[in-house]
Design a protein around this ligand. Sequence first.
Ligand code: BEZ
Length: 255
Amino acid sequence: MVDKEWNSNLYDNKHSYVFKYGEGLLDLLKPAAGEKILDLGCGTGHLTKLIADSGADVIGIDNSEEMIEQAQKNYPSIQFEKMNATDFSFNNKFDAVFTNAVLHWIPEKEKVINCVSNSLRDGGRFVAEFGGKNNVNNVVKAIHKNLRSSGYEQNISRLNWYFPSIGEYTALLEQFGLMVKFASHFDRDTFLDDGLNITDWLDMFGKEFFDGMNLSEKLKIHKSIAEELKSTNFREGKWFVDYKRIRILAVKKTM
Ligand code: BEZ
């Protein structure tokens, strides 16, 4: 699992589109009053709160201490725990596990799906959205090309994002007893908030590629990546990232 350091302030204030887009996923979850729901990778807790507003009994977990602290500050009445998505378990089963914009950070997808499946009751739902095949492809290609041409090829393997196709991911879910009811793969070009540059996105989400470089070297490579992406990822005066999402609803079926 990528042990990423998160800046919860920056996440809440400048990259809030991550959880704002996740609000649409609640229509697929359809949380009901009294249901026990797990928010896997809850970040600063904004979607956890929306789930709680439905009357469901929700717990948020995240692997980042900083995110959990911020979530607990934001919503003191909700239960948040620091737990790893590849290794979590609870005494009681959930009616649903929900996760938004998290699973692409975790290459050990079998471990995650195993924990999800074990934590659901028979008939419980798994509702997920994350980066699908070819997600942020323009950005990834520009990063890799520029790391190579500047002598930092070894940095490429530092972030191993997982962007599966629907076929790959639904087959995995079935192996773990999760029957897929709905799956979609769609484009979502996502404009960055006002004034943000593609290099701000790199600092927030792709920082590990550039860790250890001196500042001027990093800025030089950032500039070159931005120049390259201007023709594909800059429109009407704003930067956007070429997100591709995979959205899933699956149901636990005990054989
Ligand atoms: C995503 O939400 O798809 C994503 C965000 C940051 C890095 C990679 C993917």
